[in-house]
Design a protein around this ligand. Structure first.
Ligand code: TMP
Ligand code: ASP
Length: 254
């Protein structure tokens, strides 16, 4: 099965050559990493859950006309995607102060921000993904001003959609990260949402208890990461109440 050509291996995913030109297979691993791989564990079943949650989100984004790289899920750990040229930015949208912004600006975690804030981080492991301004992005040619406008418009649309989606299942979308890519179709190029959207790349808090349902459980050594991801999947209607924990053996996936 894995004799396909490996195009790229990241911390949590592998990209393989796809069945047709212009396609790739995105494989979700069970690796959990934080602080640029300084903390690393295998969390049995995480890849399966992120594959399903990300499939659900991307299918919905496609359905409301937000362009993405996603074509379809293939199996428990893999999805078929369009090959794009990844823009080397982590685009973070924040609604509530948490994590690095809380630290950097001395804002108490949980404080509602005056409005949604978009930040850019330069994707570079050696530099630990430093925060950058639009000026750096355009001056160094990581994206053109027009592309940055498109990226910000996409990020806002994704934020509006995701905020509503999660609010509907009792979850507050504190912040999230997306990556964007250039999709070439003939002479045309457009910016699309790429990578994944999952509890690895979002902060999700229970609306009533503020309990964390995302990768902060791992980053902050709180335990219960897999259970939290399962709960997100359950609330979104992806997993049935009776499904076994993802790591405990074969699970029937439609
Ligand atoms: P931060 O508060 O640590 O800057 O994270 C902001 C959001 O981005 C949070 O939802 C987690 C997500 N994120 C990633 O997906 N990958 C990363 O490497 C980092 C640092 C954050
Ligand atoms: N994605 C980064 C890492 O794997 C950091 C994080 O998500 O906290 O190290």
């Amino acid at each position: 099965m894995n004799r396909r050509r490996r195009i790229y291996e990241g911390k949590a995913k592998i990209l393989y050559e796809g069945p047709e030109p212009g396609t790739l297979i995105q494989h979700f691993k069970d690796d959990a990493t934080a602080f640029n791989n300084k903390k690393h564990e295998i969390v049995d079943g995480k890849g399966v859950l992120n594959n399903r949650i990300s499939e659900y989100v991307f299918n919905n984004l496609n359905a409301i006309g937000i362009p993405t790289h996603f074509i379809r899920r293939m199996n428990m750990r893999e999805q078929l995607i369009r090959e794009v040229e990844i823009i080397p930015l982590e685009v973070v949208v924040r609604n509530v102060a948490a994590g690095s912004i809380a630290k950097r600006l001395g804002i108490e975690e949980g404080t509602q921000l005056p409005r949604s804030i978009i930040e850019f981080y330069y994707k570079n492991d050696e530099l630990d993904d430093p925060i950058v301004a639009e000026e750096h992005v355009t001056a160094f040619g990581w994206a053109t001003p027009q592309e940055l406008d498109d990226i910000m418009a996409l990020a806002i649309r994704v934020n509006d959609f995701l905020s509503g989606l999660f609010l509907g299942v009792g979850i507050r979308l504190v912040d999230f990260k997306i990556e964007c890519g250039r999709l070439f179709e003939g002479d045309m190029m457009r910016i699309v949402v790429a990578d994944e959207i999952s509890p690895d790349s979002c902060r999700l808090w229970d609306i009533k208890t503020n309990e964390k349902m995302d990768k902060d459980r791992f980053r902050r050594e709180m335990g219960g990461m897999l259970e939290a991801y399962q709960e997100v999947a359950k609330r979104l209607g992806i997993l049935n109440e009776n499904d076994r924990p993802a790591g405990s053996g074969p699970t029937l996936v439609q």
